[in-house]
Structures are given as structure tokens and as C-alpha cells.
Design a protein around this ligand. Structure first.
Ligand SMILES: CC(C)(COP(=O)(O)OP(=O)(O)OC[C@H]1O[C@@H](n2cnc3c(N)ncnc32)[C@H](O)[C@@H]1OP(=O)(O)O)[C@@H](O)C(=O)NCCC(=O)NCCS
Length: 181
């Protein structure tokens, strides 16, 4: 499965992406904000590509200009019961070199379209930890609504954090689509 946005190609990860992934995932500004430790080597990135990133709903974000993999985004296989399903949870991370250009909002918007139109989802969830204002803005710009917040253990980081959960229904998404067109 390949998805296109004006500036990005979203495609499955390949083993040969390990160097590109390591180049941004070793940066301490990236993983810890999303709940995972910085990658420690190219081999570590390869292992993540072959495990976490091997899910068919997780995509490599390829910068169309350079052809490099500059991030990841997709549905992480976590489900919730509070709102009608089928549902999925959106997760993402981007190389800091590319922050603040609206790229993740662009990728997220296409994944949301894919999720509702092709996967038949009814609700898409997203969350961010307290203090992650960049992610909060992406979530807000995509039209998600805050549902609840709770303290959680972040397993990979060995700490507890306040986590803010948001959801977007297919109905609300369709209404925003109509306004955009
Ligand atoms: C979260 C992340 C994906 C955002 O990517 P991005 O492409 O920079 O996002 P966008 O450019 O679409 O939007 C970022 C928004 O944050 C705003 N922003 C940037 N720095 C900010 C700051 N210090 N405080 C508040 N807002 C800030 C930007 O202005 C922009 O909002 P705007 O369009 O209203 O101006 C990226 O920062 C990242 O990978 N962070 C580390 C991993 C992570 O946190 N993943 C998400 C886990 S929930």
C-alpha cells in the first residue's frame, strides 16, 4: 500500500531504510516525546523496522524532494471501547530537521482519509503526553476532540506521564472534508 500527499510518499518500511531511520531516531528530541528511547545503532533501527514498523498499517514517510525516510506514521493497533468501533489509534514521529512545516499534519490527514475510506474505521484515536505541544497542535489541526486524560505508565521509558486522549469520528471527519472542498 502506497499513499501520496503533496510533499510525502507513505510506503511500507524496507530493511534498507535503517540508516535513514537511525539518523532521526537517535535524536533525543524524537522518541522520548512519543514514549520510546532513542535508537542506539543502525542495527537497533533495523530491528524496529522488522518488528514495530512491520505492521501493515505503519508507513515510512518519504520526503519526495530528497527520497529519504524522514519519519513514521500509522495505526498502532491499540483499541478503545469508549466510542463506536471499529477504531484505531494514530501514532507518528518526524525528523526534527523537518518539524514546523506542516508535514505531519499532511501525513496524518491522508492516513485519516485512508482509515475511514479504506479500512472502514468509525473512530480514530490519537494521544499525546503532557507538554508535547507540537503533537497537540497536529491533533487539533486534524480536528480531533479531547476525550479524557489519565496518568499512565510509559513502559519503555519506565515512568508515569499524564496522557491526553483525543478522538475523531467518521461523521466529524466527513463534515470537515465537506468544508475543505
Ligand atoms: C509531533 C511532530 C510529529 C510534529 O510534526 P510537525 O511536522 O512539526 O507538525 P506540524 O508542522 O504539522 O505542526 C506542528 C505545530 O506545532 C507548533 N509548534 C512548534 N513548536 C511549538 C512549540 N514549542 N510549542 C507549541 N507549538 C509549537 C507549530 O507552530 C505547528 O502548529 P501551527 O501549524 O499551528 O503553527 C514532531 O514534532 C515529532 O516528531 N515530535 C517527536 C515525536 C512525537 O512527539 N510524536 C508524537 C507522539 S504523540
Amino acid at each position: 500500500m502506497i499513499l501520496e500527499t503533496p510533499r510525502l510518499t507513505l510506503r511500507p518500511f524496507l530493511d534498507r531504510d535503517a540508516e535513514d531511520v537511525y539518523a532521526y531516531a537517535k535524536d533525543p528530541r524524537v522518541g522520548p516525546a512519543a514514549g520510546w528511547p532513542p535508537h542506539t545503532s543502525v542495527e537497533n533501527s533495523l530491528e524496529i523496522i522488522r518488528t514495530v514498523f512491520a505492521a501493515p498499517t505503519v508507513f515510512a514517510l518519504v520526503d519526495q524532494e530528497s527520497g529519504k525516510v524522514i519519519g513514521s506514521a500509522g495505526f498502532v493497533g491499540r483499541h478503545h471501547t469508549e466510542l463506536p468501533g471499529p477504531d484505531e489509534e494514530l501514532g507518528y514521529a518526524l525528523s526534527p530537521e523537518f518539524w514546523g512545516r506542516g508535514l505531519m499534519t499532511e501525513a496524518a490527514w491522508e492516513l485519516i482519509r485512508w482509515g475511514f475510506e479504506e479500512l472502514g474505521l468509525c473512530t480514530i484515536w490519537c494521544n499525546h503526553y503532557e507538554g508535547n505541544e507540537r503533537s497537540r497542535r497536529v491533533i487539533e489541526k486534524c480536528g480531533f476532540h479531547h476525550q479524557f486524560s489519565q496518568e499512565e505508565t510509559v513502559e519503555l521509558m519506565g515512568e508515569r506521564r499524564l496522557t491526553h486522549y483525543y478522538a475523531l469520528s467518521r461523521k466529524d471527519w466527513a463534515a470537515r472534508q465537506a468544508v475543505k472542498q
